[in-house]
Design a protein around this ligand. Structure first.
Ligand SMILES: NC(=O)c1ccc[n+]([C@@H]2O[C@H](COP(=O)([O-])OP(=O)(O)OC[C@H]3O[C@@H](n4cnc5c(N)ncnc54)[C@H](O)[C@@H]3O)[C@@H](O)[C@H]2O)c1
Ligand SMILES: [Zn+2]
Ligand SMILES: [Zn+2]
Length: 387
């Protein structure tokens, strides 16, 4: 089959690789009908995530038709059309029973499981996301093996297109978890940093939950323009406004917003000093977006962090966070827990996640698609690939 494989920073290729086969009784083989590129894939693409091997198949946002099902699969059948969550979870361990699927203790037996030797449980395995997260081949491919098929895949009713439901695999539940963690409700004020796909899904979900004012910060004006049109956000272009948090403060009686959402993560663009610190590896992650979140949030408010972080941040303003009495919530999304209710919202017409798609390309053009999304060329917001 054909699949998108990793060969080093900014070197991904569509190649012929062996077809996947059933390994465990509860595996399925999926014929992929649509797959997307995530902002998290860009961290891999830029060579920022360790333990990605030459030839690894990427991709954790995908859906398709069940081609083959192992003898232990009861939740889906051959021929079903399903969306697969990016988190692989067993459904039975300590964390799965708490619906904390991304903390599943049993699925990650890869390099990340080296933690096991110290008696510490690793996080759940993810599709196509390095050997730290299990080294499981991803779904930017014609076919993919889906382990734990009784826990993850969600059957999609007829009448919905692939594009309407594909983002249930990751960014829609991620945006939803971000706003739930932020405590958004009717009348809330929120500042979302990052107008990429995760920021956009957060804005959609914040609107759904009744947020009153949504500030959105990015340097890409075309993404802000789209978000203003689609979700009525108040745009702040960080290329023009030196200190977005200060502006937000001045527009909220010097108080700040109820919650901030960091939908950027560890590759956030910051000041020259911050860039130097990151390049010198004095700062493992860029703290630019997180610092802005802390500064823009009111006393006793919440900072919600769906953006991915790795390692340490220089000058994390913990004193400010304490002084303000902030709550922090963060982490990988417990996708399985949120997918069914979000599918209902797509079905009843409340959510239209597909509107953010800007590029539709063939799997064969995946390398070009990565480059376009990485550079935000051609007003790219979100790419969907079809094998
Ligand atoms: N928690 C999860 O389970 C989960 C799931 C999916 C994605 N993610 C993470 O969410 C983050 C966003 O993903 P995405 O798909 O939207 O990626 P993206 O790269 O398309 O979007 C990031 C946006 O942030 C903007 N940006 C850069 N620096 C900024 C700053 N200092 N302030 C404000 N905006 C800034 C960029 O211009 C870009 O538009 C990534 O870190 C990704 O890994 C996490
Ligand atoms: Zn993702
Ligand atoms: Zn589990």
């Amino acid at each position: 089959m054909k699949a998108l494989t990793y060969h080093g920073a900014r070197d991904v290729r569509v190649e012929e690789v062996p077809d996947p086969i059933l390994v465990q009784p509860d595996d399925i083989i999926l014929k992929v009908t649509a797959t997307a590129i995530c902002g998290s894939d860009l961290h891999l693409y830029r060579g920022k995530i360790p333990q990605v091997h030459d030839g690894d198949i990427l991709g954790h946002e995908f859906m398709g038709i069940v081609q083959e099902a192992g003898s232990g699969v009861t939740a889906v059948r051959k021929g079903d059309r399903v969306v697969v969550p990016f988190v692989i979870a067993c459904g039975e361990c300590f964390h799965c029973r708490l619906a904390e699927f991304s903390a599943c203790e049993t699925t990650n037996t890869g390099k990340g499981a080296a933690m096991n030797q110290k008696g510490i449980k690793p996080p759940a395995a993810l599709f196509g996301y390095s050997h730290l997260y299990g080294g499981i081949p991803g779904g930017q491919a014609e076919y993919v093996r889906v382990p734990q098929a009784n826990v993850g895949p969600l059957v999609i009713p007829d009448g919905l297109s692939d594009e309407q439901v594909l983002f249930l695999s990751d960014i829609l539940p991620t945006g939803y978890q971000a706003v739930i963690n932020a405590g958004i409700g009717p009348g809330s004020t929120v500042a979302i940093f990052g107008a990429g796909p995760v920021g956009l899904m957060s804005a959609a979900c914040a609107r759904m939950l009744g947020a009153e004012i949504i500030y959105m910060v990015d340097e890409l004006q075309y993404r802000l323009d789209f978000a203003r049109e689609a979700y009525g956000i108040v745009p702040i272009n960080m290329g023009q406004v030196d200190d977005p948090a200060e502006l937000i403060m001045s527009q909220t009686q010097g108080r700040g917003v109820d919650a901030s959402i960091d939908a950027v993560g560890f590759e956030a663009k910051g000041s020259t000093t911050e860039t130097i610190l990151t390049n010198l590896k004095l700062e493992g992650s860029s703290g630019a977006a997180l610092r802005q979140c802390i500064a823009a949030t009111r006393r006793c408010g919440t900072v919600s962090v769906p953006g991915v972080y790795a390692g340490f941040i220089h000058a994390f303003l913990f004193g400010d966070a304490f002084d303000k009495g902030l709550t922090f919530k963060m982490g990988q999304t417990h996708a399985q827990a949120l997918m069914p209710e979000l599918l209902e919202k797509v079905l009843d017409g409340t959510l239209h996640p597909e509107i953010i798609i800007s590029h539709r390309m063939g799997l064969a053009e995946a390398a070009e698609a990565y480059a376009t999304f990485d550079k935000a060329d051609d007003e790219c917001r979100k790419v969907v690939l079809t094998p």
